[in-house]
Design a protein around this ligand. Structure first.
Ligand SMILES: Nc1ncnc2c1ncn2[C@@H]1O[C@H](COP(=O)(O)OP(=O)(O)OP(=O)(O)O)[C@@H](O)[C@H]1O
Length: 594
């Protein structure tokens, strides 16, 4: 895509990319918008052009009677004095400008509404693309990169491409109308304009084009890195303050920001250049014609007239040409957005498999599972086989890195095994029953995901139609009742960013309540107690014990063996293999003996 698109003009490439985000109705609206833009640009030119004859006529009394159009108007509207006629003309002009500006404001309003619509479509599409990434792939991007790809890239696309396209076309229409007017009125002047302005424009574009694109690419790399450091500095606030490292982290952010600010400044400087180069070229042309008329021409008078006309035309054209060039250079600078927008686009067109139901009434079977992480060849898990009956409580132990979380990630389908399969009531877990499986399984991570919202919203994940009976059950089973009853606002209490107003045990129990609210039948708890102190471990263990008598099938990864006291069986993993199976009492006596 890259190599072919580099040959394409940036304008065409931009139109293609914008049209991807438009429905067929929106495409029609876009065409209508350009027609309106055309009318608005014509009115702009006409507005300026109409001022000149009125001012000239006003400065030469009696001249209106020498022009056939003004004379016709004067006579047909039955004016009795030149002064009244001028008052009329000036009022007509005023009215014209009011109407014109109301019309162009209306068009700007429509244009901005349309642009906002495109922005929303792009954010929607970017979001959806990333939502559809396989878990392992999603995990490779940090939050900073994902925020960059969803919002910053969209912003660059909207401000640096879509808005610039509108600017480019409205100015191009103005330039075209003036230039065609000059061609009809004075072909010689037209030739001089083309000879002077076209090479100047090409020169500027060539000069800035690549540089601007290069800066865009550098910014695309630098921004997510800076965000990542900012996120580190803020999320690590406590640890960094205690380690007296806040200044050091600030300096890291500033290092990236220095680069970003310098690149932005360069980009801004580039937008100032075109007008200066064009101005020099225009003056050079004036000087050349002037010198030519002085030394070589037989009719210097007519050349001086041409110089005057040329200067007037160039003076009017320069701002428009400048804005056109700026728009093009800005588009080049934001071209990196196309690559980001195109990336993973196939995710959106992928046809998701038709979903089938899945029942879980009897057992889950890990059937000879072997798994290697994407991009690696050495299997992390090897030939793992065991069966779990519905309602069983299973403990998983093993030293750090032995593969416990990875095995659970396969059960949660975040990763897919290369060999073997996982059977639920004899049905292998596949893409086709993923939705049904996700209705059955819940996951309580060590760092439970918490929103800056009320306890109720955190348990129901923002359900608008809350099943109050289910919520009450979930809170009771997760042993949250006594804690919630101490809060003045009860369930409506907000818990701070990422649960900052909760203890570790309370966070875990909210995670458990969330899984229960969802009517989870299989619950995975990953290292639920490893980071907790004795008191909160007791609280979580209590919540787990509360579930011992339910029919929920549980997989508990724990570092503290006491957390597993309600388990039916405990499996030990070693180096990615299933090493041993224990009962809780066996494990306790083994640990005491060693
Ligand atoms: N995405 C990945 N790519 C490559 N290797 C990985 C990836 N994720 C984890 N690993 C490696 O796989 C091994 C098993 O990790 P896993 O998290 O399953 O261990 P664990 O038994 O749960 O350990 P712990 O008790 O410390 O959490 C580790 O050596 C880890 O470094």
């Amino acid at each position: 895509m890259n190599t072919s698109s580099k040959k394409e003009s940036i304008i065409w490439e931009s139109i293609e990319n914008v049209s991807y985000y438009l429905s067929s109705g929106e495409k029609k609206r876009a065409v209508a918008m350009f027609l309106l833009l055309f009318i608005s640009s014509l009115l702009d030119v006409f507005g300026l052009a109409s001022l000149v004859p009125v001012i000239m006529a006003a400065s030469r009394p009696g001249s209106i009677f020498h022009n056939k159009y003004s004379l016709w108007l004067y006579e047909n509207l039955k004016f009795s004095s030149e002064r009244n006629f001028f008052v009329f003309l000036v009022l007509v002009l005023l009215l014209f400008f009011i109407v014109k500006n109301l019309f162009t404001t209306f068009i700007n309003y429509k244009q901005e509404k349309f642009t906002a619509r495109i922005a929303l479509n792009v954010i929607d599409s970017q979001f959806e693309k990333h939502n559809r990434l396989p878990f392992w792939h999603f995990n490779q991007f940090g939050s900073a990169k994902l925020i960059h790809m969803t919002f910053t890239v969209t912003q660059s696309f909207i401000n640096g491409i879509v808005r610039q396209l509108f600017v480019f076309f409205s100015e191009a229409i103005i330039v075209a109308v003036i230039v065609i007017g000059i061609l009809i009125y004075k072909p010689a002047l037209f030739m001089i304009l083309i000879i002077v302005l076209v090479p100047a424009m090409l020169l500027i574009y060539k000069l800035l084009n690549k540089r601007s694109a290069h800066i865009g690419n550098q910014l695309n790399e630098a921004r997510p890195m800076s965000y990542a450091r900012i996120l580190d500095a803020f999320t690590g606030f406590i640890e960094l303050r205690l380690a007296n490292k806040q200044e050091e982290f600030k300096q890291k952010v500033l290092k990236y920001e220095k680069n970003i600010q310098e690149l932005d400044a360069k980009n801004f400087l580039f937008t100032q250049l075109p007008v200066k180069v064009i101005e020099v070229m225009a003056v050079l042309a004036v000087v050349t014609i002037f010198l030519y008329s002085l030394f070589f021409s037989n009719d210097p008078g007519s050349l001086v007239t041409i110089i005057g006309l040329f200067a007037a035309a160039a003076y009017r054209l320069m701002p428009s040409i400048n804005r056109m060039l700026n728009a093009m250079v800005t588009m080049r600078g934001n071209r990196y957005a196309f690559d980001e927008l195109i990336r993973f686009r196939s995710n959106l067109t992928q046809i998701l498999p038709v979903q089938r139901p899945l029942q879980f009434n009897q057992r889950i079977e890990f059937n000879n599972i072997t798994f290697s992480f994407p991009g690696t060849t050495k299997p992390m898990l090897r030939n793992i086989s065991f069966e779990v009956n519905k309602g069983d409580k299973i403990g998983l132990i093993g030293s750090s890195g032995s593969g416990k979380t990875t095995l659970m990630n396969l059960l949660l389908r975040f990763y897919i095994e290369q060999q073997g399969n996982i059977l639920v009531d004899d049905q292998p877990l596949t893409e086709e029953n993923l939705e049904a499986w996700y209705k059955l399984i819940g996951y309580v991570k060590q760092d439970t995901f918490l929103m800056e919202a009320s306890i109720q919203d955190n348990i129901t994940l923002g359900d608008e139609q809350v099943d109050t009976e289910r919520l009450r059950y979930a809170i009771e089973q997760a042993s949250l009742q006594s804690f919630i009853s101490t809060l003045p606002e009860g369930l409506a209490t907000t818990i701070g960013e990422r649960g900052s107003r909760l203890s570790g045990g309370q966070r875990q129990r909210i995670g458990i309540a969330r899984a229960l609210y969802k009517k989870t039948q299989v619950l995975v708890m990953d290292e639920a107690t490893s980071a907790l102190d004795n008191k909160t471990e007791r609280e979580v263990s209590e919540a787990i014990s509360g579930l011992a008598n339910t029919n929920i099938t549980m997989f508990i990864i724990a570092h503290r063996i006491t957390t597993l006291k309600d388990c039916d069986r405990i499996y030990e993993l070693r180096n990615g293999e299933l090493f041993a199976e224990f009962q809780y009492d066996e494990l306790i006596s083994k640990t005491e003996a060693s």
